[in-house]
Design a protein. Structure first.
Length: 47
């Protein structure tokens, strides 16, 4: 079984769209999804 790590920024509307579409995109595949919350603003500030 393959594993996908999905990094989710709760503030991003695009991340929410991907979060919503991911189960349909992976339907019928043997894939484990690991959800990891991140704060993109904090990551960018560390640059």
């Amino acid at each position: 079984m393959k594993t996908i790590t999905f990094h989710l920024d709760f503030v991003s509307p695009y991340a929410w769209l991907a979060f919503d579409a991911l189960p349909r995109a992976l339907e019928g595949l043997e894939v484990e999804v690991i959800h990891r919350p991140v704060l993109l603003g904090a990551l960018l500030r560390e640059r």
